[in-house]
Design a protein around this ligand. Structure first.
Ligand SMILES: [Zn+2]
Ligand SMILES: [Zn+2]
Length: 366
């Protein structure tokens, strides 16, 4: 495959400023690294958090971590995919949003490679030094050794797979963390992309009641197409009314598990109150520092509640995410999740559309 000398990237130089299109030379590949031609990258909520300056960022930076592409070059030492199969030029792939070292205590002993001490995270690092291409809003992406790589079945379109990497893989990890079981009832707080995938997964796992709350009516309508059995517009109800609504749908006992995917700390006490005795709660969305909430700790003790935080995910979660899309693509309208497409030149406009909430995902096609 012909590989040019350089490629373009949309670079964030400071918060809220227009992105700048910059050409960088394509990098030399270290052993185990992979160079990918990006074919699609979707805009995640956390890209918006960074661009809007809600959390610290190391600029200049190429945002974007929900990425799909084709391999154009491989470093020496032949990299394997998540099935231990050798990768080749031309393979269509997606990959974990982080690269782990495989040697530190979190990688080797504590089962948390996604919290590796030497973690590299796509779309989160400076790009002014080689290999430059460390984010998805660019023509190329450089995959560090230690990245989990998953081949994409040809029948799954780019736009269906790209959001799997982050949104779907994250909720796969979340439901796993609280041990979701068939025939359980769940509450999902938030009907954005993570909420939609969480509902579809819960349906696929055989959950009985899948309750979803959000403040945007069009999202509540949409999430029903993804397996939600009951929806409630939380802008219209008090905390007590939301809890009552949940109790009425769970034999007065509360849901077995709940998931927070709103990014709003104020919803956490409501989620905890909606749990049954022994219920489990997983937090995903509150990724901006300062997200404080207050709660009566005695309720957690008396009712045996479990609270789990889940950030990033492991290769197996991404594999499961892609397999889930493949086996359920006829059951759920995944193609509707991406509602807008932009090129690198119009990415600024794409970020504004993503921020407005009118589309679950905006796709960047470099
Ligand atoms: Zn490590
Ligand atoms: Zn993300």
């Amino acid at each position: 495959m012909h590989v040019p000398d350089d490629g373009r990237a949309a670079v964030m130089t400071q918060a809220k400023a227009p992105l700048r299109l910059i050409r960088y030379p394509l990098p030399e590949l270290e052993p185990g690294a992979v160079l990918v031609k990006v074919t699609c990258c979707t805009v995640c909520g956390s890209d918006l958090h960074t661009w809007l300056g809600r959390r610290p960022a190391q600029t200049p930076m190429i945002l974007g971590h929900e990425i799909v592409g084709r391999i154009v070059a491989l470093g020496k030492a032949g990299t394997l995919d998540s099935d231990n199969q050798p990768l080749r030029e031309g393979d269509r792939i997606t990959w974990t949003l982080c690269a782990s070292c495989g040697r530190c205590s979190f990688c080797r002993e504590r089962g948390l490679p996604m919290k590796c001490l030497q973690l590299r995270k796509y779309g989160h690092e400076r790009c002014d030094a080689p290999p430059h291409f460390v984010g998805g809003f660019a023509e190329y992406c450089y995959l560090f050794p230690g990245t989990g790589i998953v081949k994409i079945p040809e029948e799954l379109p780019d736009e269906v797979v790209a959001p799997a990497n982050c949104a779907l893989a994250t909720v796969v990890a979340g439901w796993e963390a609280v041990g979701l079981q068939t025939q359980e009832s769940v509450l999902i707080q938030g009907a954005g992309a993570l909420g939609v995938y969480a509902a579809a997964l819960a349906r696929h796992y055989g959950c009985r009641r899948i309750l979803v709350t959000d403040v945007l009516e069009h999202r509540l309508v949409q999430v029903r197409e993804f397996g939600a059995t009951d929806t409630f517009n939380s802008a219209d109800g008090t905390e007590a009314e939301i809890v009552q609504w949940v109790l009425e749908r769970t034999d007065g006992c509360g849901v077995d598990a709940a998931m927070e995917v709103t990014g709003i700390p104020a919803v956490i006490p409501v989620g905890l109150k909606c749990l049954r005795i022994g219920g489990r709660y997983v937090l995903h969305g509150n990724v901006v520092p300062g997200a404080e909430f207050s709660y009566d700790a005695s309720d957690i003790v008396f009712r045996w509640l479990t609270i789990r935080g889940v950030h990033n995910y492991d290769t197996r979660h991404l594999r499961k995410a892609v397999q889930f899309l493949q086996s359920t693509q006829d059951a759920f309208p995944f193609g509707k999740i991406v509602a807008h497409r932009v090129g690198l030149e119009e990415l600024g406009e794409g970020l504004h559309i993503a921020q407005s909430g009118q589309a679950l995902r905006v796709a960047v096609v470099p």
